[in-house]
Design a protein around this ligand. Structure first.
Ligand SMILES: [Ca+2]
Length: 103
């Protein structure tokens, strides 16, 4: 898998990304809606090209927040990551298994 990051590095990024954003305001172990917005905007900028409509963040938040405490905890975040991985897996099923190089 030359040119790809290791799975361990990817796991580290998943954990560190959550920890970076969850500590910005309020409860330091969960993502508020504002923190979720910031995470998505900064870490998944390609979502912006999909022109997220008003209310889409609220819908996503409601979907992710399965225990209905208005926060996205680590388990809820990981379920979102798993769903995103499944989407990418299906989307790129027939593409060559080469990760684009990120500078
Ligand atoms: Ca929650």
């Amino acid at each position: 898998m030359e040119g790809m990051q290791t799975l361990g590095q990817a796991l580290g990024v998943l954990v560190c990304t959550f920890q970076h954003y969850c500590r910005k305001e309020g409860d330091r172990s969960t993502l508020s809606k504002g923190e979720l917005r910031e995470l998505l905007e900064n870490e998944l900028p390609s979502l912006r090209t999909l022109q997220i409509k008003d209310g889409a963040l609220e819908e996503l938040m409601a979907l992710l927040d399965t225990n209905k405490d208005n926060q996205v905890d680590f388990e809820e975040y990981i379920r979102f990551v798993a769903a995103a991985c499944t989407f990418f897996h299906d989307f790129f099923r027939d593409a060559p298994a080469v990760q684009p190089r990120v500078q």
